[in-house]
Design a protein around this ligand. Structure first.
Ligand SMILES: C[S@@+](CC[C@H](N)C(=O)[O-])C[C@H]1O[C@@H](n2cnc3c(N)ncnc32)[C@H](O)[C@@H]1O
Length: 260
C-alpha cells in the first residue's frame, strides 16, 4: 500500500510524538516518580548485561512496579526508535496492510515499524503478558496507531500470516527456548514464502543472540545488517540516560529481514 521510505515521517516529528506518549506513559506509572523509574532502569540494565544471551533476561524481570515502569517507558522508547530506524533505513516494503508484533510487550517494536510508514498500518500485538498488552493499548492511543492485542503463548505457534502482512519480532526470539524458536522460525519461513515481510531485532552485542546466523540461514536472509545511528533523543531518554549512568547517544540494533 505505502512504502516505508523515503516518505517516512522525519525524526523531529517522531520525537515530538514520542514526547507526548512518554509524558502520559510516565503519568500512568504514578505513584512512581522519575527516581523510582531510574531504579527500575538500572535494575533491568544490570540484569540484562549480566545475563546477556540467557532467556528471559528482560521479560522475567518484570515482576516489580519500578522495572515494569522502566520497560514501559525507557526501554519501550529505545526499542520503538530502533525499530523505526531499521524499517526506515533498511526496508523498502510496499503493500503492507497489517503489522504483526510477536512478543510485543508494550508494543514498542510494532509501533516503531508502523510509524515509519506515512500512514501507519494497524498493529496486531501478541504477548503472553496481559499487563504489557494493556499498556500497549494505552500507548497505541497516545501515538495514534490502531492496535488489536491478543494474549497468547507464542511458544505454541504463531498467528497465521499472509502476503500483505509484516511481522516484527523485536527482542523476542531470545525469550524462547531453542525448540520453540526453531518452530517459530519454521513458521516464519513459510510466511515469508507466501509473501509476508519479516523484521527481527536483537541487541547488537554478539553474545545476545547466539542463534542469529543459524536463523538467518534458515530464513535465507542476511545476517550482517545493523542499525547504528546518533539522533536527538526525546528529553526523557536523555535525562534518564544521565541519571542512570547509561549512554544511548548512538542507537544500535542487530537487524534481519527482507532488506533493500
Ligand atoms: C524483551 S521483551 C520485548 C518486548 C517488545 N517487543 C519491545 O520491543 O519492547 C520480550 C517480550 O516477549 C514476551 N514473551 C516471552 N515469551 C513469550 C511467549 N512464549 N509467548 C508470548 N510472549 C512471550 C514477553 O512477555 C515480553 O513482553
Amino acid at each position: 500500500m505505502t512504502p516505508a521510505s523515503p516518505e517516512a515521517p522525519d525524526l523531529d516529528a517522531l520525537v515530538t510524538r514520542l514526547d507526548g506518549w512518554l509524558e502520559k506513559a510516565l503519568e500512568r506509572q504514578a505513584p512512581l516518580e522519575f527516581r523510582d523509574v531510574r531504579k527500575g532502569v538500572q535494575a533491568l540494565s544490570a540484569r540484562y548485561v549480566e545475563r546477556r544471551g540467557e532467556r528471559g533476561a528482560i521479560s522475567n524481570a518484570l515482576d516489580g512496579p519500578a522495572r515494569r515502569a522502566a520497560f514501559a517507558t525507557y526501554y519501550a522508547a529505545l526499542h520503538l526508535l530502533e525499530a523505526f530506524l531499521a524499517t526506515r533505513q533498511l526496508c523498502a516494503w510496499e503493500g503492507v496492510e497489517r503489522i504483526f508484533d510477536l512478543g510485543a510487550g508494550t508494543g514498542a517494536a510494532g509501533f516503531g515499524v508502523a510509524l515509519s510508514f506515512p500512514r501507519p498500518p494497524g498493529v496486531q500485538a501478541f504477548d503472553r503478558s496481559g499487563w504489557a498488552l494493556a499498556e500497549a493499548r494505552h500507548a497505541a492511543r497516545d501515538l495514534g496507531i490502531a492496535v488489536r492485542t491478543r494474549k497468547q503463548d507464542l511458544s505454541r505457534g504463531l498467528p497465521r500470516l499472509g502476503p500483505n502482512d509484516a511481522v516484527v519480532a523485536g527482542w523476542f526470539l531470545n525469550e524462547l527456548d531453542a525448540a520453540a524458536r526453531d518452530r517459530a522460525v519454521a513458521q516464519l519461513a513459510v510466511a515469508a514464502g507466501s509473501g509476508a515481510r519479516i523484521l527481527i531485532l536483537e541487541p547488537l552485542a554478539g553474545a545476545a543472540a547466539p542463534w542469529w546466523t543459524e536463523v538467518a540461514a534458515a530464513l535465507g536472509l542476511r545476517a550482517d545488517a545493523e542499525v547504528r545511528e546518533r539522533i536527538a533523543l526525546p528529553g526523557f531518554l536523555r535525562d534518564m540516560d544521565r541519571a542512570a549512568g547509561l549512554d544511548h547517544s548512538e542507537l544500535r540494533a542487530r537487524v534481519m529481514g527482507q532488506l533493500a
